[in-house]
Design a protein around this ligand. Structure first.
Ligand code: ADP
Length: 173
């Protein structure tokens, strides 16, 4: 398990993997944060395509090519907006990770990279979000033989510290 999980600090849009997971919103059109970085690096063909997809519900994903990205594909995952915790946010966030992993498995992808879904503009508390992210990935990999590497790509020192500690506690750092 340990050699199938990596913690990376940096820009998700630079990851050379089979699929990067985008922190998209339900429209799949407007976005800041990591979504903006992905669209900038992927070029205008990505936005042209996502405009035509009719959006995506919270907790679900849609797959596109990566166009000009180093990544071959983009899994557009819609995490929940934090509303205090009483609106099934934890379940929706877990589903966004699970759906991403499942589509990667179905497509035969070997490598995938996640940002910290929902923890930017959507304000999900970072500590709880990291617990869900790591928990879902560990659960999935325990029953999967196809994915070789899951990268957690963190953008801030704070997220790096949270993930390093949590992965360390599980013997995965
Ligand atoms: P959301 O709307 O789901 O909260 P954001 O893009 O605002 O999505 O934030 C999700 C996470 O992505 C945050 O932890 C933010 O720091 C991080 N982030 C922003 N830009 C990048 C990037 N270029 N590469 C990786 N992570 C990024």
């Amino acid at each position: 398990m340990k050699n199938r999980i990596a913690l990376v600090k940096g820009d998700l849009a630079k990851m050379n993997v089979d699929a990067v997971v985008n922190a998209a919103d339900e429209t799949l059109v407007v976005g800041g944060g990591v979504d903006a970085a992905i669209h900038k690096a992927a070029g205008p063909r990505l936005l042209e395509l996502t405009r035509s997809l009719g959006g995506c519900p919270v907790g679900k994903v849609k797959l596109t090519p990566g166009f000009d990205l180093p990544a071959k594909h983009v899994i557009h995952a819609v995490g929940p907006m934090w509303q205090g915790g009483g609106h099934h946010e934890a379940k929706f966030l877990a589903n966004a990770y699970k759906s991403s992993l499942l589509i990667a498995q179905n497509e035969g992808f070997k490598t995938i990279a996640f940002p910290c879904l929902s923890t930017g503009i959507y304000k999900y508390p970072k500590e709880e979000a990291a617990e869900i992210a790591i928990g879902e990935v560990v659960k999935f990999l325990a029953n999967d033989k196809s994915l070789q590497k899951v990268h957690f790509v963190v953008f801030t020192d704070e997220d790096h510290a949270i993930y390093a500690r949590k992965l360390g506690e599980r013997g995965l750092a």
